[in-house]
Design a protein around this ligand. Structure first.
Ligand code: SF4
Length: 219
């Protein structure tokens, strides 16, 4: 994993790059997100979830949006799905602190409904600013919603996964969401597909694929 990169200010949520409207660091973005009222999702959130991880991460995971646990704690992927994501990261031979974990929207949609188009549009500049600062080598989109939103397509995740696409010039691998994999033993074949996707990510990062026996924490 490369060392943290020197960062230049990038355009803020209004996109204009006006004084006071640019982010020089992930911390600045997190502060702006925590107080953000740009869309209706701020009304019912407990805590905004800006995202967390290494500012020099070679790999960024992007999910849909915070769930109940994430909303309570202000951290991404900390519930059951988050624990599975942690195991996936460890199975890759990485640590959670080495990657960056973000979401398409930073506040929990009520009842875990899908974010609406205007909410995604309002929040998108934060994700873009994060990606512009981190400049990852690979993005991994977790789940149908994240993949379809980032790639602006309605193709099913079963068709999208397994092949690199491009998002704003960065290779993007769509794969199944950890919460989908938790829906029962019938998802075991899909876990194997996720592991194949993650192996492709490792190869693209130039990192070794851990041998099967080392994958005690495999997804
Ligand atoms: S979801 Fe994004 S745009 Fe909407 S209030 Fe939260 S941080 Fe702001």
């Amino acid at each position: 994993v490369p060392p943290p990169l020197a960062v230049a200010p990038v355009a803020g949520p209004t996109g204009g790059g006006a004084p006071g409207d640019s982010f020089a660091s992930l911390e600045e973005i997190a502060r702006a997100v925590s107080g953000c009222t740009r869309c209706r999702l701020h009304e019912q959130r407990t805590k905004a979830v800006p995202g967390e991880g290494s500012p020099g991460a070679a790999l960024v995971f992007v999910g849909e949006g915070p769930g109940e646990d994430e909303d309570r704690l202000g951290r991404p992927f900390v519930g059951r799905a988050g624990q599975l994501l942690d195991r996936m990261i460890v199975a890759m031979g990485l640590q959670r602190a080495e990657v960056f974990i973000a979401n398409v929207v930073k506040c929990r949609p009520p009842g875990n409904r899908d974010p609406l188009p205007d909410e995604i549009a309002a929040c998108r500049p934060y994700l873009h600013a994060q990606l512009d600062l981190i400049r990852p080598q690979v993005i991994c989109a977790l789940g149908k919603f994240s993949a379809q939103t980032l790639l602006e397509t309605k193709e099913p995740i079963s068709k999208l996964r397994g092949q690199f696409r491009e998002y704003r010039g960065t290779p993007l691998m769509p794969t199944f969401h950890p919460s989908y994999l938790l829906r029962g033993p019938e998802r075991s074949p899909d876990k194997e597909l996720v592991w194949k996707d993650l192996q492709q990510v490792l190869l693209r990062l130039g990192l070794p694929v851990p041998p099967p026996r080392a994958r005690r924490s495999a997804p």
